[in-house]
Design a protein around this ligand. Structure first.
Ligand code: SF4
Length: 206
């Protein structure tokens, strides 16, 4: 183990076994220092980031995650979806502020829960939120040149393929255990009763 930690500091490529062995290291302080040294060898003191503007395409969501502060119920005075013009207006404001990325935030398939969402999508010429998202992302890409980054919840392989054509990233790192195969779910799982302490996602609308 000690040798593996030493190798970590020197930026030597670790074998799979060495990398796995790090999980057994109980000397956290030494491990952290070795990891920091490896980071410094590779990247120096450069910290990169992508300046982005958030576009809440819809705050409706079929889910009820109790920790969520993003999702809202339909309201009379608020359209269920941003129009393409509204999306572009936000994107251009971001562009003026030197943003490079447009991050679409939205709930998960609200049309499966809310008639208001279905009606709104119909008016917009779409059957699904994901289809409308693809149109919005494409509009941003072609009209502003900013990079669309989408964060739409559950997707099929076809959804992924469609969104990858118009965005830089179609997969949220905050994977949703709720929609993974049943073997991943805890006993007694029920979507609407998901406890606030069970935070499996890092961003609202993700
Ligand atoms: S965290 Fe995401 S999936 Fe859960 S209610 Fe909020 S918007 Fe919907």
């Amino acid at each position: 183990m000690n040798d593996t930690v030493a190798d970590l500091s020197s930026n030597v490529e670790l074998t799979d076994d060495q990398a796995l062995a790090l999980a057994e290291c109980r000397d956290l302080s030494r491990l952290m220092h070795a990891a920091a040294a490896r980071r410094d060898v590779a990247h120096g003191d450069i910290v990169s980031y992508s300046r982005k503007v958030f576009v809440p395409l819809t705050q409706l969501c079929r889910d009820v995650c109790h920790y969520c502060t993003f999702a809202q119920a339909p309201a009379q005075d608020k359209p269920p979806y941003l129009t393409i013009d509204a999306v572009l207006e936000i994107a251009r404001a971001g562009q003026a502020a030197q943003c490079k990325e447009v991050l679409f935030t939205l709930g998960d398939k609200p049309e499966l829960r809310y008639p208001a969402a279905r009606r709104a999508l119909q008016r917009l010429g779409h059957e699904t939120t994901l289809s409308y998202l693809a149109e919005a992302a494409n509009a941003v890409l072609t009209e502003t040149g900013l990079l669309p980054h989408v964060n739409p919840g559950c997707m099929t392989v076809l959804d992924l393929a469609a969104l990858r054509r118009v965005s830089i990233d179609s997969v949220s790192p905050g994977g949703r255990i709720m929609d993974r195969p049943t073997r991943c779910r805890p006993p007694g799982w029920r979507r609407s009763a998901w406890p606030a302490s069970a935070v499996f996602r890092s961003r609202p609308g993700s």
